[in-house]
Design a protein around this ligand. Structure first.
Ligand code: RIB
Ligand code: CA
Length: 317
């Protein structure tokens, strides 16, 4: 008897790796995507929202509702990442016109409605962009804290960083929102750069997925082609780290990701360290620690899940 799928709301900023997270979530039966919510991050809110709709069209899953969220962080100025994701936010591919209409209402309200409309412990929140919408949701309706099954965040590092010497992009863009999300007493799993830098899209991975030979697998290869060049030029990676789908793989099969319970604090005031995730690894975690960090990835099994998901979505075409 297979267990019921994990019901998730995916809050994201597509973004090449967000797009792969969407494909993995939509293509694996262990996940039910209740909604996609968007947040300004890799590109502006209008671009990432259109991109989310285009990825749903590519996956032929325009039944999944999309809600647009915050266009800017709670306090910080807006910061995008065209050097990594291009002007569109998904450079490297032809984007299909969004098919389904955007749903009315703010993403934060949609997150609250999804959690409060389900039984306690039924809905998991996944954040793969700046955490502005999740922070707004918990301020709007504090009761979601006791009802959410888990919050899984792609963000942070200990000590890996990519946007400054101390901070990872998602946390850097909105550190106040990240502090709110990490501080609330709900179960939080931080899938940071120390884990996601193990999820490298090698030429062999591209070839395996490309061999599926569908419009969606070609779309993946096109995305990875741009991502590879961008990461080589901006961060000297030979193969690009595909961060966001690691959160989904962890939910599909927790044995693919090793974790360690540890207190996490977000630096808000350091002259050189704003946005740093301060993970306290001194000895065993204190009683009641509600946060854990992902440490080690089984990369072969991870890429196997991605390949299987893209094949499943392709077969459904
Ligand atoms: O630092 C990597 C993270 O920032 C990923 O989620 C990427 O999509 C960007 O949002
Ligand atoms: Ca992202």
């Amino acid at each position: 008897m297979t267990s019921a799928p994990r019901r998730i709301v995916l809050d994201c900023d597509p973004g090449h790796d967000d797009a792969v997270a969407m494909m993995l979530a939509l293509g694996n039966p262990a996940i039910e995507v209740l909604a996609i919510t968007t947040v300004g991050g890799n590109q502006t809110i209008d671009k990432v929202t259109r991109n989310a709709q285009s990825v749903l069209a590519m996956c032929r899953r325009e039944d999944v509702p999309v809600y647009q969220g915050a266009s800017r962080p709670l306090v910080h100025r807006v910061e995008s990442a065209p050097e990594i994701h291009g002007e569109s936010g998904l450079d490297g591919v032809e984007l299909p016109e969004p098919g389904a209409a955007l749903r009315d209402g703010h993403a934060a309200v949609a997150i609250v409605d999804a959690v409060m409309g389900a039984k306690p412990g039924e809905v998991t929140l996944v954040g793969t962009g700046p955490l502005t919408n999740l922070a707004l949701a918990v301020r709007l309706e504090p009761r979601i804290v006791e009802r959410v099954a888990e919050v899984v965040v792609m963000g942070g590092g200990f000590p890996e960083a990519n946007w400054t010497a101390a901070a990872e992009f998602n946390i850097w863009v909105d550190p106040e929102a990240a502090a709110i999300v990490f501080d609330e007493p709900w179960p939080v799993t931080m899938v940071g750069l120390d884990l996601t830098h193990q999820a490298l899209a090698t030429a062999e991975v591209e070839a395996r997925v490309g061999a599926i030979g569908s419009p969606l697998s070609d779309f993946f290869v096109g995305l990875m082609g741009f991502f590879r060049k961008a990461y080589k030029e901006s961060q000297a990676f030979d193969d690009p780290p595909v961060h966001d789908p690691c959160t989904i793989a962890y939910l599909i099969d927790p044995t693919i990701v090793q974790t360690r319970r540890a207190p996490i604090a977000v630096e808000l005031r350091g002259e050189h360290t704003v946005g740093m995730t301060v993970v306290d690894l001194r000895g065993p975690a204190p009683e009641g620690t509600h946060t854990q960090v992902a440490t080690t990835l089984d990369a072969d099994r991870f890429w196997g899940l991605v390949e299987d998901a893209i094949r499943a979505l392709s077969d459904a075409e």
